[in-house]
Ligand binder design. Structure first.
Ligand SMILES: *Cc1c(COP(=O)(O)O)cnc(C)c1O
Length: 298
């Protein structure tokens, strides 16, 4: 809203947070700002879409939710520069501890402070970072007049969260890697999606771009929705919720929650299956988490 005007275009990844898509499709579209969606990993599609006139912004998340696909941020920044478009990265899954998109060439970085920056699910907030002339000046004018202002108490809670952000991100990533390895070896688990595992198709790119794999692990169980729900219902330690970024581990079934409003065919095309579960790994003992998941898996 602050940076774009009527007639300009956004090229966005097909794998985006649902509410971000709602904003693009149902709000910005009413003001004459169109969004074209392309596959996060298909650089030729980005090049073709960005070359169309009036493209002002390229918008991505990496890793993506829930499949943990990785965007080549430096390559997309190059495509943005060549077409005169700003590359905007929603860095929610990594936080600045694990990934610094501006160092890779991105123009603007967005964080949901509701997630890892706070880290304990206490308040809602967000941050937008970039150059003064590109971000601070136009955004300040917008925020002052539109009223999307962080309350002082929430700001204080988030600042307290930042004091432990590095420790939490590193520890939660370590725990996630350990849990991902265990899941990959479990006979009832068909596949694990985690950028820190060598089996991830973009493991090399992820490890060049990020200092660790992050705390989100997605996996697919044998037996479809019924089996996946059995694993969720059998948990006693992991909380059942679509939120993420907490020091408490949370589990969700993407096909019926975060991606439940998509048509089944769209969901299938995106690779989000009925047997898929997403865990945001917290700080509990990994052995307790394994026991909690083993109850349902076994
Ligand atoms: C949760 C989330 C958001 C939105 O954050 P809020 O602070 O809840 O508005 C944006 N992007 C991603 C990737 C998210 O996971």
């Amino acid at each position: 809203m602050a940076l774009m005007r009527s007639g300009e275009r956004i090229v966005a990844s097909r794998s985006l947070f649902g509410a971000t898509m709602q904003l693009f499709n149902n709000l910005l579209s009413r003001f004459g700002i169109e969004t074209e969606y392309v596959s996060l990993t298909d650089l030729d599609a980005w090049r073709a879409a960005a070359a169309k006139p009036n493209t002002r912004m390229l918008f991505i998340e990496s890793p993506s939710n829930p499949l943990t696909e990785i965007a080549d941020i430096a390559a997309l920044a190059e495509i943005g520069r060549a077409s005169g478009a700003l590359l905007v990265v929603d860095n929610c899954f990594c936080s600045p501890v694990l990934q610094r998109p501006i160092a890779l060439g991105a123009d603007i970085v967005i964080h949901s402070a509701t997630k890892y920056l706070d880290g304990q699910g206490r308040v809602m907030g967000g941050a937008v970072l970039g150059r003064r002339d590109q971000v601070l000046d136009p955004l300040t004018t917008f925020l002052r007049n539109a009223g999307t202002t962080l309350s002082p108490f929430n700001a204080w809670v988030i600042l307290k969260g930042l004091e432990t952000l590095k420790l939490r991100m590193e520890a939660q990533s370590r725990q996630a890697l350990e849990l991902a390895r265990w899941l990959e070896a479990h006979p009832r688990v068909r596949r694990v999606y985690y950028p820190g595992l060598p089996s991830h198709p973009q493991h090399g790119l992820a490890m060049r771009q990020q200092s660790a794999g992050g705390a989100i692990v997605t996996f697919e169980v044998d037996g479809g929705r019924e089996a996946a729900w059995r694993v969720v219902d059998a948990t006693q330690i992991v909380s059942i919720t679509a939120n993420l970024g907490d020091t408490k581990s949370t589990i969700t079934h993407p096909a019926s929650t975060t991606h439940g409003r998509l048509a089944a065919a769209v969901r299938d095309a995106a690779g989000i299956t009925e047997g898929m579960l997403r865990i945001a790994v917290g700080l509990e003992s990994v052995r307790d988490l394994q026991g909690d998941l083993a109850r349902g898996l076994d």
